[in-house]
Design a protein around this ligand. Structure first.
Ligand code: C5J
Length: 229
């Protein structure tokens, strides 16, 4: 199969359709629904909800193209042994990580709030990477999963743009992966951070990666589907 191109900034990204994956970062209730960790930090979580519809369209296109889809979740063991004390103390929250909240224990694996929202729920065969930090490569098996599948390029969606998406894209870039971040599929609680975080990725000739959008990604992924049938 020939290489394909996704329309992106700072310039179109060429990719091998056998070596591309979709990575969806932390689309968990704790970040996008009221009563979760995001809201406990003082954020208006409705700011992130506009990402759900374009993300679900890209997810459907990735599934139709039969490319690997990988989901991540930020959170901790129930005994919190993998949570740095500094992270637990940060913000001096009344109800914080590990405490009982309206959706169960905050950012704890197995809690209702920790899980992925129903609109983007993984199906069988889609790995879910549980990560204790902001970056999806830190203390996880994501790199191994990608290497075993020969992945070189990732289409990146999820939240939040300037925290877990940025950290992960930087980690991926240093490991030699090419990431294209879809502007309408990533979200921030702060409109200014959203704008600047996307600028930062594509500045200086694409210092960390590329920026595109759901429609452009779907166009490119639909070419894989066409070629394969
Ligand atoms: C944050 C994340 N913002 N998934 N996590 O704490 O971006």
């Amino acid at each position: 199969m020939n290489n394909l191109t996704i329309n992106a900034e700072p310039y179109p990204l060429e990719f091998d359709p056998r070596k591309i994956a979709l990575l969806i970062i932390d689309m968990q209730r704790d970040f996008v629904e009221p009563g979760g960790f995001g809201e406990m930090l003082g954020n208006d979580v409705s700011q992130l909800r506009s990402t759900i519809e374009p993300c679900s369209r890209v997810l459907a296109a990735a599934r139709a193209a039969n490319i690997p889809v990988i989901h991540t979740r930020e959170g901790h063991r129930p005994d919190l042994a993998d949570a740095p004390p500094t992270k637990l103390a940060r913000g001096g929250l009344k109800v914080g990580i590990g405490d009982e909240g309206p959706m169960g224990r905050v950012l704890v694996r197995g809690a209702h709030g920790h899980d992925i929202i129903p609109e983007l729920y993984p199906v069988d065969g889609e790995p879910v990477v549980d990560k204790p930090g902001k970056g999806a490569f830190y203390e996880t098996d994501l790199d191994l999963i990608l290497k075993n599948r020969g992945i070189e390029t990732m289409v990146v969606c999820g939240v939040t743009t300037e925290v877990c998406v940025h950290t992960t894209v930087r980690e991926a870039n240093d490991r030699g992966y090419e990431c294209v971040v879809l502007a309408d599929c990533v979200g921030s609680y702060f409109p200014e951070f959203q704008r600047v975080a996307l600028e930062m990725i594509k500045a200086q000739g694409g210092i960390f990666g590329w920026v595109s959008d759901a429609d452009s990604a779907i166009d490119a992924l639909s070419q894989i589907h066409k070629d394969a049938t």
